[in-house]
Design a protein around this ligand. Structure first.
Ligand SMILES: [Zn+2]
Length: 190
């Protein structure tokens, strides 16, 4: 009797475990391909309140969709997102979530934050200004974003052009309605 009462009391006073009070979703399939450039290493968890969606393509050779080519470009500029999604939907992790990746540049969140890299994660979709992301890319992006939103207190999921208007135009030909629908589907089917 005493034990039951004690357990009941402990359950009652136990603090909530999850910071976001959402149960984390399953991690989508991600291939680790950590880079040696394009970020500042951080040795403690940081506040992640935004996810920034980008587009990039390989301008170095004829194969616009070559991930290796895109990474070569990032290396030249010393930049990187946290994740990149290939045309076939494969997700590569380039920078750890806790590290600050150089992806947003000079930009501003709706709440006025200008140090966007410090509080965000960047995801690149491989596509050019002349074509759209593939169905496989939308699907992978939705599962990745839904999973990240279940892990961090994300307030904003925005395109690069939304936080750097006039300076940036990506993500190109991006269907936000379809993306939102797929993210909701992911959250329902967990
Ligand atoms: Zn961008």
């Amino acid at each position: 009797m005493m034990i039951n009462a004690l357990i009941a009391l402990l359950l009652f006073i136990a603090p909530p475990q999850a910071k976001t009070n959402k149960a984390p979703l399953h991690e989508p399939k991600i291939i680790n391909h950590l880079l040696s450039w394009g970020y500042t290493a951080v040795d403690h968890p940081r506040k992640i309140e935004a996810i920034i969606i980008h587009s990039s393509y390989n301008a170095l050779t004829a194969d616009s969709f070559s991930v290796a080519g895109v990474l070569k470009e990032y290396k030249e500029y010393g930049v990187s997102p946290h994740y990149i999604i290939a045309r076939n939907g494969t997700i590569y992790r380039l920078v750890r979530d806790r590290d600050i990746a150089y992806q947003a540049g000079k930009s501003r969140l709706p709440n006025g934050t200008t140090n966007v890299n410090a509080v965000s994660l960047g995801i690149e979709i491989v596509n050019t200004p002349h074509d759209s992301p593939t169905a496989a890319q939308y699907k992978s992006l939705a599962s990745l974003v839904a999973w990240l939103e279940s892990k961090y207190p994300v307030k904003y999921v925005l395109g690069h052009k939304d936080i750097a208007p006039g300076r940036k135009t990506d993500p190109w030909n991006f269907n936000w309605k379809e993306f939102d629908r797929l993210v909701k589907e992911q959250k329902r089917s967990k």
